[in-house]
Write a protein that binds this ligand. Structure first.
Ligand code: SF4
Length: 715
């Protein structure tokens, strides 16, 4: 019998019906009852069944011995080593000498317990996630604009819109089912328009009515120009702005000063003026407009300002909280949203409460009954590994992620882990680039074996359910964390016997927060993350849970669209315009590094390929690392299509095969993020990417590193 579960790849969060096959694979098909995909699956989702075999799996705990090799040990020995080492380091150096680096691949319940251990029991906020790398600018932008990290709309809005603006999003490859929904809606109604804003002419552009090949990094000029244009054209919804917002004057002043002249904006953004004005006019005249943004916006040293410059335009035109309109951050990972709900970032607490707010800290601490709660923000992903390199953090537990491949300045990450006193890796696979530095390996359950919940980009909680037996000695992440917590001496707070109990505690905390007298009225009235309707599920109810969007009312009903009442989570209930500063990326190209490196995903691979790399039908699409570049740039660099080239920056180098035809602007190159030294030598683009981050969100500037390209080997 098939089990209803959720795809473990992108943030679309498609429902999957899956069952074990006798040959060790699985049969999968799209779940027709799941609202995100209504039975569809993209090529990655459809190949899930080919990725569940046990080849390359981490099946037993292991410790690195004095001989430098990893040796299989008992769970007791491994857990005692982790708990003992963390305890010893905390006693000697304080709680901030340890850290956790977790992942959007974790289920919400896993995320919840590891945050509880770090922030509420150890007393450090040094817990960050690889979701920092993909959507933390959206989180920061949401908080500035709405007072809370919320995506206001739903996928249906994209089907109901007259104008869809995709900004920094190759949705056709990276969020295929959402893109298919948009494309189908467009087919059904010819006057629907699609604008794609992206320096590359991607597969997404094939369906676009207008492609704006924006110069990398200039998005704030574009959207500040739009804000000024909308105001000047009388497209402002004055009633909405007066009743529900604050801060227009300053935002408009900044926009007009920097981007009041469309001709100048077109020049700065590298666009044809006629195309820019066509976009501005369409936006001004289409009430039902949805702006979908993704990594091309977020992964920037001005990512948060880019996000707010987009949201500002929706606030000015009053296009939010109603069907077919709104800004929409689409997340990269399957549970980026769920991690945010339970405090998965170093600067927030569970239930969307703020680490910086003493009232919020009290609410969480009293609810948990914990001995303490971290009272200052922890280290965000990039700075966390810098702190390890500098010896300030002496032990790190890395869960379900591979930072030696995925972080910027990844060679420094390698050096940091090489000198770290204790590196713990809990993962489903063995032999990742990161595990080469681990002192302790802990085998975790994989997709298909574990149970819990995830939340997709439209705030929809779905169950992941097990349909395969636990292999070897692998355990659920939450169980491993609870075991370590108890061995560290935290006898209360981690007695969970089933994942259902963790979910209930999380749901109850969201409801408790809204009823807590210490929380001011505005928070009680307007905070959106609320799982009250799920806070009393029994085990059977949890097992049978169907997909639902938060906030979930007491009667169990979900909410597809927020802000219909015009109430936001800021203390005065008003949304904020944010005056955004247009600025270029931190590192400009120069004579030595004349090209701009842009990184991203390809259609058929996921992250560092530990799963998708197993399916031949996926590896056949683009089988090896490549650098996509304009033929003129290739000529100038002395490299030819099909030959190997070295891509080099101030931070490191990699080798990839030269390719043309990816719709790239002259002056830019594109390299996919997926390959690691496990698959090809010198293939980690993370080693080339600069470590600059957005000052508000801490999200790295993955889309803009100056590089050179040269023949390899050097001729
Ligand atoms: Fe999975 Fe995303 Fe594809 Fe849906 S669109 S099947 S969630 S990878």
């Amino acid at each position: 019998m098939s089990v209803a579960t959720t795809c473990p790849y992108c943030g679309v969060g498609c429902g999957v019906l899956a069952r074990a096959a006798p040959d060790g694979s699985a049969q999968v098909r799209g779940d027709p009852a799941h609202p995100a995909n209504a039975g569809r699956l993209c090529v990655k989702g459809a190949a899930l069944g080919e990725t569940v075999d046990l080849q390359g799996r981490l099946l037993y705990p292991a410790l690195r011995g004095a001989d430098g090799a990893l040796h299989q040990v008992s769970w007791d020995d491994a857990l005692d080593r982790v708990a003992g080492t963390f305890r010893r380091i905390i006693d000697a150096h304080g709680p901030d000498a340890v850290a956790f680096y977790v992942s959007g691949q974790l289920l919400t319940e896993d995320y919840y317990v590891v945050n509880k251990l770090a922030k509420g029991y150890i007393g450090t906020a040094n817990i960050d996630t690889n979701s920092r790398l993909c959507m933390s600018s959206a989180v920061a932008g949401h908080k500035r604009a709405f007072g809370e990290d919320v995506v206001p709309g739903c996928y249906e809005d994209m089907e109901q819109a007259e104008l869809i603006v995709l900004v920094g999003s190759n949705a056709a490859w990276c969020h295929p089912i959402v893109f298919q929904r948009i494309a189908k809606a467009k087919e059904q109604q010819a006057n629907r328009r699609l604008v794609v804003i992206d320096p590359r002419r991607t597969a997404t552009c094939e369906s676009a009515d207008l492609h704006l090949p924006i110069k990398p990094g200039t998005d704030v000029w574009l959207f500040n120009g739009l804000l000024a244009f909308l105001f000047q054209q009388g497209a402002m919804d004055a009633r909405f702005v007066d009743a529900h917002t604050q801060g227009l004057e300053r935002a408009l002043e900044a926009a007009q000063a920097q981007a009041g002249d469309p001709a100048q904006v077109a020049r700065i953004c590298g666009l044809q003026l006629a195309d820019l004005l066509a976009f501005y006019r369409w936006f001004a005249s289409c009430e039902r407009t949805v702006s979908v943004f993704s990594q091309g916006v977020n992964q920037s040293s001005s990512g948060t300002d880019k996000v707010n410059s987009i949201i500002n335009c929706h606030l000015l035109a009053g296009r939010i909280g109603k069907p077919g309109m709104g800004p929409f951050s689409i997340t990269g990972q399957p549970n980026a949203m769920g991690g945010r709900e339970v405090g998965g970032l170093a600067n927030v607490l569970a239930a969307h409460l703020e680490l910086a707010d003493p009232v919020h800290r009290d609410i969480v601490q009293s609810f948990w009954g914990s001995p303490r709660v971290a009272d200052r923000a922890g280290l965000k992903a990039v700075e966390l590994f810098q702190a390890i390199d500098e010896g300030r953090v002496k032990a790190v537990w890395i869960m379900a992620t591979n930072p030696v491949v995925s972080l910027p300045d990844a060679d420094r990450v390698k050096r940091a882990l090489a000198r770290c006193e204790c590196v713990v890796s809990s993962d489903v696979v063995s032999h990742t680039d990161t595990q080469a530095f681990a002192h302790v390996l802990l085998p975790a359950l994989a997709w298909g074996e574990k149970d819990g919940t995830v939340t997709n980009s439209e705030r929809r909680l779905s169950r992941q359910r097990a349909f395969l037996p636990a292999p070897g000695e692998a355990r659920a992440d939450w169980r491993i964390v609870c075991e370590v917590a108890r061995r560290m001496g935290f006898t209360q707070g981690f007695e969970f016997r089933h994942v259902h109990e963790i979910f209930l505690e999380h749901a109850r905390l969201t409801a408790h927060r809204n009823a807590e007298p210490g929380c001011d009225d505005s928070h009680r009235v307007h905070r959106q993350l609320n799982l009250e309707g799920l806070a009393h599920l029994d085990r059977g109810g949890y097992d049978a849970m169907t997909p639902v969007q938060w906030p979930v009312q007491a009667n169990g009903m979900g909410t597809s669209r927020l802000f219909a009442d015009g109430c936001y989570a800021h203390a005065d209930g008003r949304a904020r315009f944010v005056a955004t500063e247009a600025r270029m990326p931190v590192h400009a190209p120069d004579r030595e590094y004349p090209l701009v490196l842009n990184t991203g995903r390809i259609r058929d691979q996921w992250h560092s390929m530990t799963r998708t790399g197993k399916a031949p039908r996926l590896t056949g699409h683009l089988p090896e690392p490549f650098v996509d570049m304009h033929p003129h740039d290739a000529l100038r660099c002395g490299v030819r299509e099909g030959e190997l080239a070295r891509v080099r920056s101030r931070w490191g180098a990699m080798v990839a095969r030269v390719k043309h035809g990816g719709g790239i602007l002259a002056g830019s190159v594109f390299v996919p993020i997926h390959w690691s030294d496990q698959f090809a030598s010198d293939a980690r683009v993370g080693g080339v990417v600069n470590p600059v981050v957005d000052p508000v969100s801490g999200e790295p500037e993955f889309k803009h590193t100056p590089v050179s390209v040269e023949p390899f080997p050097v001729r």
